[in-house]
Design a protein around this ligand. Sequence first.
Ligand code: NDP
Ligand code: HSE
Length: 446
Amino acid sequence: MIDYRRLRIALLGAGSVGSQVARLLLEHADELADRSGAALELAGIAVRDLDAPRDVELPRELLTTDAETLIVGSDIVIELMGGIEPAREYLLQALNSGADVVTGNKALLATHGAEIFDAADQVGASVSYEAAVAGAIPIIRPLRDSLAGDRVDRIVGIVNGTTNYILDRMDVEGAEMADILADAQRLGYAEADPTGDVEGHDAAQKAAILASLAFHTTVPLEAVHREGITGVTKQMMDAARHAGYVIKMVAVCERLTGRGEASDEAISVRVYPALIRREHPLASVHGVNNAVFVQAEAAGNLMFYGAGAGGVQTASAVLGDVVSAARRHIAGGAGVGESTRANLPTVDIGQVVTRYQITLEVDDRPGVLARVAGILSDGRVSIATVEQTLEQTPGQPGDDAAEAGSARLVIGTHKALEQDLSETVARLADDDVVERVVSVLRVEGD
Ligand code: NDP
Ligand code: HSE
C-alpha cells in the first residue's frame, strides 16, 4: 500500500451533482489516489440544510452548514452550490488561501470569471470548470489544452439539454411546446422556473465560456446575443422538416475577419433557435444530450457528444478536474491561467453574416412574387430558394386579399448581413402584399 500524501478536499454543495461527487470520492478513494498521486480526503460537505433529503446517503458527520470554516486549510475546494453569492465569496476565499478550485458554476464564471481567474493568478492556484459547459462532455480541456496550438474558427454547439429535449420531441412527435415543457419539469430536466433554459440564459453563459477559451478573449455575458425558444411553434417545426431541416437551439461562437473596429479580427457569440440541415451531425443530437461542433484551422471539424446534464454524469467531469488539480498540487508550480491575450472585439448581431429562411403569408395574385423579390433585392438580400404553397383557410368575403386567396412563401436566402436582413423583413412586414411574416430563422452549420 503506497503511503500517499493527503490532500484535504472541501465540497460545497450536495445536490444532484455534489452528492454524486461525494459518493464517488468515498467509494473510489483508492483508485483516485493511484491516479492523482495523493490521497483525496473528503474533509466535509457544506450544505444549507443538514436534514434535506439527498439522492445519495452521505455520512452525517461530513455535513456542515459552515462553509467558511470548512474551506480553511483545504487544498482543493469543489464548488457545486450554484448561483452567484455566496459561491463567489467562497471561491475567492479558497483561492486567496492558495487552494485550487473546481466548479461547475457557469452562471458565476460567465459573470465573474475575470475576477476569479485574476484571484487564482495572484496566488498561482488553478481554476478548473469542465462541468460548467455540456455536463459530462470533455470540451473545456480540449479547447484549453488539446487545441492550444491550433486556431479555432467556429463553434456550433447544442449546450442546453432542456431546450434540446423540448425541440427534439416537438420534431419527432409533432407535439406542442407547452405539453413537453410540463414533461421536462416532471422528469427533472427543466427547473421549476424554466426561464433560464427556454429563454437561452443558460446557453448564453456556456457560450460566453466557450468563446472566451476558443478565442483567448474575455467575453462578457452582455456581449452574447440571446434569443430563446418560446417563439418556436409546431407549425415552424413542420415547415422545417418539410424543407429538410430541424430546429435546434444553438450556441455559435465565430471568428470574423475584416470586421473588428480596431483590429482585423473580431468575434460573434450568439444563441438562438436555428435551422440545421438534417444531414449535419448536430441534427441527430436527441433528447437531453449535448454536442459541440468545433472547426479549427489545422484540426478541421471535431465533434464532442454526450450527456449535457445529470448528477452522476456531471460528477465525472468534476472528478477529472479534481484529479488534475491534485496532480498539480503534488507537482507544485503555478496553475495555468486563462489566456486572454487576443482580446478580440465582439461584434453586434447586426454585423453577423448567415443564411436565413423567411416564411411569409402573402396575397395570391399577379405581381406579388415580383414585389417580394424586389424588396429583398433592394435590401441586398439574395434569394437562394423559393417555395410557394396555397393556404387552406380563405379569409373573409369582401376582403380583396381574401378574394385573391392567400399563399405561403418560404424563401431561403444566400448569406446576408443580419442588419440588411432585419431591415428587409421590416419592409416586407409593412408592405400591402404581405399578410404576415410567419417566421424568420437563421440557418447554421452549413
Ligand atoms: P442543486 O441545486 O441540486 O444543489 C445545490 C447544493 O448546494 C445543495 O446541496 C444545497 O444545499 C447547496 N447550497 C446551496 N446554497 C448553499 C449555501 N448558501 N451554503 C451551503 N450550501 C448551499 O444543484 P446541482 O447539483 O444541480 O448543480 C450544482 C452546480 O453544478 C451548479 O452550478 C450547476 O449549474 C452545475 N451543473 C449542474 C448540472 C446538472 O445536471 N445538475 C450539469 C452541469 C453543471 P441543500 O442540499 O442543503 O439545499
Ligand atoms: N439546465 C441545464 C440544461 C443543466 O438543461 O442543459 C446543465 O447545465
